[in-house]
Design a protein around this ligand. Structure first.
Ligand SMILES: Nc1ncnc2c1ncn2[C@@H]1O[C@H](COP(=O)(O)OP(=O)(O)OP(=O)(O)O)[C@@H](O)[C@H]1O
Ligand code: SF4
Ligand SMILES: [Mg+2]
Length: 335
């Protein structure tokens, strides 16, 4: 296998024009004062970009900083360092007014549809809200809401019903409808299908894929399960303790992972077939990767070193930079 090195991570193909989204050296620290400065950053010098029409998957364990990155992009969490550009415009420190001027171009779908659907409002009111902010008339907003409901596979009459009258999967379809009603360019999906059973998950994933193809949407698709990410994403970024461990084409990262953590993540991903699941469990055990509970936070060096079966003294002293290995960028001294 040929191995070359590269200076910086860039999951956008070189042929792409201005990226839809560009995140450069993003740092996010929670809290204030000296204590916060001493704590490890929730997001630590993360860079990636998303081309128009492209889906980038962001994957990692619980607490790895996925939602924090999503929130920083959506303006819900302040960046402590680095930059975020949307369609070439720096939005790192954009205030509420500047964000509003983006219109519906940057939207989100979260794991819990209740966060975007007020239980006291009819579906019609919730869907019309982003349109009404753009001064669309009530009648036109209602028609658009009905059209959008139909597009996500629900009856037009659903506009007059309440969120509690729908199943979890239907509510998530309504959240997708609400996110897409203003024709956004980029949608951040944070664990958008994680609460759903496998067959409903597949339906919503197919819906997201169809809408992307119809409208040329870009997605930042965040999930802890790499198999779910693999379905939708062209490129995948793997996070561990706020740092990028590996990134590259989805097929390369998921089928031939180069970083020990990505390998463990792939082996830990649940599959519906028992025989394959048993083979994966065996593969996972043979990797010798320690579980999260056994690990103590590592300061300095490779963040994965306390769980890594390949760790050496170098891993304890030097943080590995991302370098090109095959078609992916990998942060490991020994990949
Ligand atoms: N509001 C907050 N205040 C302080 N620390 C926070 C806050 N939100 C998140 N964190 C911390 O930041 C780190 C990253 O959290 P984040 O929610 O981004 O992880 P995640 O990858 O989305 O995890 P999950 O898969 O569980 O959703 C965690 O250590 C978490 O405890
Ligand atoms: S740099 Fe060292 S500790 Fe980190 S993943 Fe590679 S081998 Fe393991
Ligand atoms: Mg999260």
């Amino acid at each position: 296998m040929s191995t070359t090195t590269t200076e910086r991570l860039d999951p956008t193909p070189p042929s792409a024009a201005t990226p839809m989204l560009e995140v450069r050296d993003l740092v996010v620290r929670y809290g204030r004062g000296r204590k916060a400065a001493a704590a490890p950053a929730a997001v630590d010098r993360v860079s990636f970009s998303i081309a128009p029409g492209e889906t980038v998957g962001l994957v990692g364990e619980s607490g790895s900083g996925k939602s924090t990155i999503g929130k920083a992009i959506l303006g819900l969490q302040k960046a402590s360092g680095g930059s975020i550009s949307f369609q070439g415009k720096d939005i790192t420190a954009a205030g509420a007014a500047e964000r509003r001027a983006l219109g519906g171009e940057l939207r989100a779908v979260f794991q819990d549809p209740n966060s975007s659907l007020n239980p006291r409002n009819t579906i019609g009111i919730s869907l019309a809200e982003p349109l009404r902010l753009r001064r669309v008339s009530a009648a036109e907003a209602r028609t658009k809401a009905e059209d959008m409901l139909e597009r996500v596979g629900l009856p037009r009459e659903a506009v007059d019903r309440y969120p509690s009258q729908f199943s979890g999967g239907q509510r998530q379809r309504i959240s997708v409808a609400r996110a897409l009603i203003c024709d956004p360019q980029l949608v951040v999906c944070d664990e958008a299908v994680s609460a759903l059973d496998l067959s409903t998950q597949a339906q919503v994933l197919n819906l997201l894929a169809d809408l992307r193809d119809e409208r040329g949407l870009s997605y930042l698709f965040i999930a802890h399960d790499i198999a779910v990410v693999q379905f939708l994403a062209q490129r995948v970024v793997v996070l561990y303790r706020g740092q990028v461990m590996e990134s590259g084409p989805a097929a390369a990262v998921t089928e031939d992972p180069k970083h020990p953590f990505t390998r463990a993540l792939v082996a830990a991903s649940p599959v519906p077939r028992p025989a394959e699941q048993a083979a994966r469990r065996e593969a996972r055990e043979s990797l010798g990767v320690r579980t999260g509970a056994a690990a103590v936070p590592a300061q300095g060096g490779c963040p994965f070193r306390l769980r890594c079966p390949l760790a050496t003294d170098l891993c304890a002293s030097d943080r590995p930079a991302l370098r090109r290995v095959g078609s992916a960028d990998v942060a490991c001294h020994y990949a």
